[in-house]
Design a protein around this ligand. Structure first.
Ligand SMILES: Nc1ncnc2c1ncn2[C@@H]1O[C@H](COP(=O)(O)OP(=O)(O)OP(=O)(O)O)[C@@H](O)[C@H]1O
Ligand SMILES: Cc1ncc(CO)c(N)n1
Length: 490
């Protein structure tokens, strides 16, 4: 696998660019993948509806598929409009032969406009194809067809149907609630035979909903190929898609159900030096270089770090994470939007659950006497906690620096590595995604902040970076004498 996943969409077209293959390529690109496309059917459609469908000979579909797989390693495949049973047979045979590591099936049957995109006789073939997919992403009417029941009228019934499909087809189901009517929620869920991971989402009032299903399924394929679990992929994809829905109308494309804005995150990110977070990252390059070069990080990477020093560091970090979690919860309290509130609250839980579990497994759960270095860092974080923008700027280096160091150390990781679990935790792509989200939030806060607040953000961020360096240097500086005395006294 490469850092940039190579994702193939096999789908029909939409010349207005909002749905089908064109939407897939945009979604794959927006989430960091390299998009490729094989056309099943050419569809003369726009935001108002489908006018005509032209299907090239089945043999030509096989030629397109082979042209890609004979040359390119495919990290994930997304299947969209499949049109009819003969095309599905060719694709199923190709999948069985090429065996891409991730296969997402969007069982497209009817367009948003109400036009059929799949022959009624092909429904059985799609049902069989579910067995070859790692993830199937039906909306409520499609789910009903797949399980041969009446469309669910409540979310609970839909979850039951999704569980039935997951079990009968031995797959994972992404159940989409876009077609539910009612209150302000727009839930989606990952459903397996073992459980349900629900993402509530908020319903956006817009007519720009053309291609949401296509966009979501290609986003999921891309994120899975980047190493995210289905649940983490849905958390990330849902946040992105909700933003895309919110920004769709501004595109002013067409007179019917317009498209969503796949690249809204790119547009809200000011270019070059206008980016506050990028400019802080650049300004703190000397501190980051010192982190990379410090003996602790180097020997953590090559596996020669002294165990006692590693354990001393972990104990200090366990103390730190306890406080850090409190401050993430404080950021959640101060957050201006529900999305940011949820993000920080999740982070607060993860700091205690995921990271601290790693620490407990090495150094147990006992009380820790914090070192002067640890107390200085925690004290700094507390001092910024009066104001949201300043606090999140101070919290960011812990995400960003660890994701950055983690990504590089990951290259040195292997099964028998002395610090395999540490490298796994911080080299995890889900951690990198969280760091990117945190960075986007801080960027937004910086863009909105008045000059005086922005200056305090600079201090908050840069000081945290310096504390991070001191934290990595502390274990090898042989905890100074005064500290030893205090520790012994406890
Ligand atoms: N108005 C909305 N606000 C927020 N999210 C929405 C809205 N409409 C759809 N979604 C989301 O878009 C995704 C697609 O859901 P939906 O159930 O509409 O699928 P679909 O019918 O396959 O889509 P398509 O419109 O492409 O046919 C889901 O994540 C759903 O929650
Ligand atoms: C080609 C194509 N695939 C899927 C959809 C569903 O939105 C559409 N309208 N067009």
């Amino acid at each position: 696998m490469t850092a940039i996943p190579r994702v193939l969409s096999i789908a029909g077209t939409d010349p207005t660019g909002g749905a089908g293959l064109q939407a897939d390529l945009k979604s794959i690109g927006a989430l960091g993948g390299y998009g490729m496309g094989v056309v099943t059917a050419l569809v003369a459609q726009n935001t108002c509806g489908v006018r005509a469908v032209h299907v090239p000979p089945v043999s030509f579909l096989a030629e397109q598929l082979d042209a890609v797989s004979d040359d390119v390693t495919i990290d994930a495949v997304k299947l969209g409009m499949l049109h009819s049973a003969p095309l599905i047979e060719v694709i199923a045979a190709w999948l069985a032969r090429v065996r891409p590591p991730v296969v997402v099936l969007d069982p497209v049957m009817v367009a948003t406009s109400g036009d059929r995109l799949l022959d009624a006789e092909a429904e059985d073939a799609v049902r069989r194809l579910c067995n070859l997919a790692d993830l199937v992403t039906p909306n409520l009417p499609e789910l009903a067809v797949l399980v041969e029941q009446e469309p669910a009228s409540t979310w609970a019934d839909a979850i039951d149907q999704a569980r039935f499909l997951a079990s009968s087809s031995d797959t994972t189901v992404l159940l989409k609630g876009g077609h539910l009517t009612g209150d302000g929620a727009c839930p989606d869920a990952i459903v397996t035979t073992d459980g349900v991971h629900e993402v509530l989402g908020r319903r956006v009032t817009t007519t720009n909903t053309h291609g949401t299903g296509c966009s979501l399924s290609s986003a999921m394929a891309t994120l899975a190929a980047s190493g995210l679990s289905w649940s983490s992929a849905l958390d990330r994809a849902k946040e992105w898609l909700t933003g895309a829905l919110e920004n769709g109308a501004a595109l002013d494309v067409g007179h019917g159900h317009g498209p969503v804005d796949h690249f809204h995150e790119l547009r809200s990110q000011p270019a070059g030096f206008d980016s506050w977070t990028e400019s802080r990252w650049a300004a703190t390059a000397p501190i980051r270089a010192a982190v990379d070069a410090c003996a602790f990080v180097v020997t953590l990477g090559d596996g020669t770090l002294d165990r006692d020093q590693f354990h001393w560091y972990l104990a200090q970090d366990a103390y730190y994470l306890g406080e850090y979690s409190h401050l993430l919860a404080r950021a959640s309290t101060l957050a201006p939007t529900r999305e940011e509130q949820v993000f920080w609250a999740r982070g607060a839980a993860a700091a205690l659950e995921e990271e601290a579990a790693l620490h407990r497994s090495h150094v147990g759960d006992g009380p820790v006497a914090a070192s002067a270095t640890t107390l200085a860092y925690v004290g700094h974080l507390h001092a910024t906690s009066g104001e949201y923008a300043e606090l999140v700027a101070a919290l960011l280096p812990c995400y960003w620096l660890y994701a950055d160091v983690g990504e590089r150390l990951r290259a040195l990781d292997h099964e028998g590595h002395a610090f395999h679990d540490w490298l796994g935790t911080y080299g995890d792509p889900a951690f990198a995604q969280a760091a990117r989200q945190a960075t986007a939030i801080v960027e937004r806060a910086a863009q909105e902040a008045p000059a005086a607040v922005r200056q305090r953000m600079v201090d908050a961020f840069d000081r945290s970076m310096a504390h991070e360096l001191a934290f990595f240097e502390a274990p090898l500086n042989q905890a100074p004498t005064a500290e030893k005395v205090l520790t012994a006294h406890h």
